[in-house]
Design a binder for this molecule. Structure first.
Ligand SMILES: C[S@@+](CC[C@H](N)C(=O)[O-])C[C@H]1O[C@@H](n2cnc3c(N)ncnc32)[C@H](O)[C@@H]1O
Length: 298
């Protein structure tokens, strides 16, 4: 293992205790992890169910999948490298159902900590941001080849950045832009003065969402995840920004409540969030919001 991997192949699962309390895994339960990452949630849940053979762990990232194989393959868990929409459709096609489903969305710590993956402006790396390294679209393509109008629209829509127009203009004028530090510096010039968060945060979020088609995959997957749940089965979605959380909140509320055809019952009216102790130990828990539902028994 090279130096970078040795130092950065760690991910602490967020809201782990709350996830276990809410999902309430029982011996023999079938578990589907849609974003299994480095297996932190999966290890804790599978220890309780003991049912490795009928459980499925999905991730689109090659390095995460290698770790999942090392941890769970010998125990019999099925591991799939794919995006969760296409993998969920395949599972649906096979007629499979699960008792416990988890989607812990977004990036893992290794994505952010490894400069070479190009997700972070905290360290200098290439403009990459692909979760699945087999895909061709990268942040470099978007930054250096999208039209100014398309760049502005995506920074507005996915970054909700009020300076989207100025940022897009500056990026286009500075081409070619090759590294995360170069891009962060260009964006920061559109935001003179001090701000609490780094001025490039929103632009980086927007690029990441575009590169990985994050919102569209989530929107199209939610109905499939509902259909993959057994009656009485529990599902959790953990999101890390308001655009994702809005989609989950809306979907859960449309399919729960007093409608005669409601298939879900919400677990908790408000999303669960990290407490101060967890946030102090794991700053990535700061923006996590956990929403949960149970499939109504018919
Ligand atoms: C927050 S991490 C999950 C960490 C995991 N729960 C753990 O305890 O190690 C999110 C993971 O989801 C994966 N991911 C994000 N979007 C995905 C998608 N659409 N399809 C498949 N995997 C995805 C990422 O590659 C990343 O490994």
């Amino acid at each position: 293992m090279d130096q970078e991997n040795q130092n950065t192949n760690k991910h602490t699962p967020v809201l782990l205790m709350k996830t276990l309390q809410i999902l309430d895994p029982q011996k023999g339960d079938k578990y589907l992890d849609l974003t299994a990452g480095y297996g932190g949630h999966a290890a804790a849940i599978l220890k309780l169910t003991g049912n490795y053979k009928e459980s499925v762990l999905i991730d689109r990232d090659t390095e995460a999948v290698k770790t999942l194989q090392d941890l769970f393959k010998d125990k019999g868990a099925r591991i799939i490298q794919d995006d969760f929409l296409s993998a969920s459709k395949s599972l649906q096609g096979e007629g499979l159902k699960f008792d416990v489903i988890l989607a812990d969305l977004g990036v893992s710590s290794p994505h952010l900590d490894k400069a070479s993956r190009g997700f972070s402006f905290a360290q200098d790396g290439p403009l990459d941001m692909r979760m699945d390294q087999r895909q061709t679209l990268s942040a470099d393509t978007i930054v250096n080849h999208y039209s100014e109008a398309r760049l502005r629209d995506l920074i507005q829509k996915y970054g909700e950045d009020p300076k989207a127009r100025q940022i897009a203009r500056r990026i286009v004028m500075s081409r070619p832009v090759k590294t995360t530090h170069e891009l962060a510096t260009i964006v920061a010039r559109a935001w003179p003065g001090h701000s609490r968060v780094h001025p490039a945060t929103r632009t980086f979020q927007a690029l990441r969402i575009e590169v990985n088609n994050e919102l569209e995959l989530l929107r199209l997957s939610l109905p499939i995840w509902k259909s993959l749940l057994n009656p009485g089965g529990r599902m959790i979605v953990i999101s890390f920004h308001s655009l994702e959380d809005r989609l989950v909140k809306q979907y859960f509320s449309e399919h729960s409540g007093n409608n005669y055809d409601a298939e879900l019952k919400l677990i908790g009216k408000q999303p669960a969030i990290g407490d101060t102790q967890e946030i102090a130990l794991n700053p990535r828990a700061r923006s996590a919001k956990l929403r949960a539902a149970v499939k109504i028994k018919t």
